[in-house]
Ligand binder design. Structure first.
Ligand SMILES: [Fe+2]
Length: 282
C-alpha cells in the first residue's frame, strides 16, 4: 500500500483557498470558497475510484502499491537526429530523475509502464537499446516492473525478456485496466496513454505555457495520462476535435465535458472541463 501522507495542505490560486487533506490510500478534497469550478491546485487528486493522479505525471493506486507512467519514448533524440534535428541526449537522464522523485515520494511496490517506453518503430537503435536496458534496470532496482505494449514497442519484448520483465497487451489492477490506447478497448474503468495530452494556458498579455495534463472522462470511466517524456508534450486538447484524437477510444466522444488536470512544478491544476477552457486565462 502506498501512503499518500503529508497532512492537511492549504493551497491557493488567485487568492481563493482550497483545502486538501491527504489520507493514506485516498485523497479527499474540499472546496472552501471560490468563483468557478476550475482553478484548484494540489499535488494529488482522486479521479476514478482508487486512482490518484499526481503532478509527477503518474497515476497512483495506493491499495495496490502501484504507480503507472506512460509514453517515455526513450531514444527519441536518435530518431530526431535521423530527421535532421540535433538535440542533446538528456531525456533519459531527466526521466530517471523524475522516476527517482516518484520512488522517493510513493515507494511503490510495482511500476507499470503503460506503453511506448521506447521511441523507434522499426528497429532498436544503439542509443535506444542502451538507454532502454539502463532504464529498465533502474526501474527493477526500485520496484517490480510490468510493461504494457505500446505502438512504438515493437522490439521491446526482446530487451525486456533478457531482464526477466514481462510485457502484455494490458495490465489489470483491481477493477482497473491499463492499456496503451492505440487500440480500441471496452474495459472500464480504463487508464490509457498514447494521446500525449497537454493544455496551453494563455495569460492576459498573450504569453502562453503548454503543460502536460490528465484528461478525465468521468461518465465514461476513462482517464488519459500525460506523456512522461519531456520531449513529447503533445497536442493542446482544448484546440482539437475528438475526431482528430490519436486514440480510437477517444474519437467521437464529447471531449467538452472532459476534465483537465494540468501538471506543473507547483502542483496539479484543476482547470475544469475542456468546454470551459476556451475562455480560460490567467
Ligand atoms: Fe506515445
Amino acid at each position: 500500500m502506498i501512503s499518500l501522507s503529508g497532512g492537511p495542505a492549504k493551497v491557493y490560486l488567485d487568492g481563493e483557498p482550497w483545502v486538501s487533506r491527504l489520507n493514506p490510500g485516498r485523497v479527499r478534497k474540499k472546496r472552501e470558497s471560490g468563483r468557478h469550478a476550475g482553478g484548484r491546485k494540489t499535488e494529488n487528486i482522486e479521479t476514478l475510484p482508487g486512482i490518484t493522479i499526481s503532478n509527477e505525471l503518474c497515476v497512483v493506486m495506493g491499495e495496490e502499491g502501484l504507480v503507472a507512467i506512460a509514453d517515455l519514448h526513450v531514444g527519441m533524440e536518435s530518431g530526431l537526429e535521423r530527421e535532421g534535428f540535433h538535440i542533446p541526449r538528456m531525456q533519459t537522464a531527466t526521466m530517471r530523475d523524475s522516476i527517482q522523485r516518484i520512488v522517493d515520494r510513493f515507494s511503490p511496490d510495482r511500476i507499470v509502464v503503460v506503453g511506448d517506453l521506447k521511441h523507434e518503430f522499426s528497429r532498436n537503435l544503439e542509443q535506444e537499446w542502451n538507454e532502454v536496458r539502463s532504464l529498465l534496470s533502474f526501474l527493477r532496482e526500485n520496484a517490480e516492473v510490468s510493461l504494457v505494449r505500446g505502438n512504438h514497442d515493437n522490439y521491446l519484448r526482446t530487451i525486456a525478456s533478457r531482464l526477466g520483465i514481462e510485457m502484455g497487451e494490458f495490465y489489470s489492477a483491481g477493477k482497473v485496466t491499463f492499456a496503451h490506447g492505440h487500440l480500441d478497448n471496452s474495459s472500464r474503468p480504463l487508464v490509457i496513454g498514447h494521446e500525449h495530452p497537454s493544455i496551453k494556458i494563455i495569460d492576459r498579455v498573450g504569453a502562453s505555457i503548454k503543460l502536460p495534463c490528465f484528461v478525465h472522462l468521468k461518465k465514461e470511466g476513462i482517464l488519459v495520462m500525460p506523456a512522461f517524456s519531456p520531449l513529447a508534450a503533445g497536442v493542446d486538447m482544448a484546440r482539437i476535435e475528438s475526431s482528430e484524437c490519436l486514440s480510437p477510444i477517444l474519437r467521437g466522444r464529447d471531449l467538452r465535458r472532459a476534465e483537465i488536470f494540468a501538471c506543473s512544478e507547483v502542483g496539479l491544476l484543476g482547470l475544469g472541463s475542456i468546454g470551459d477552457i476556451g475562455s480560460f486565462s490567467i
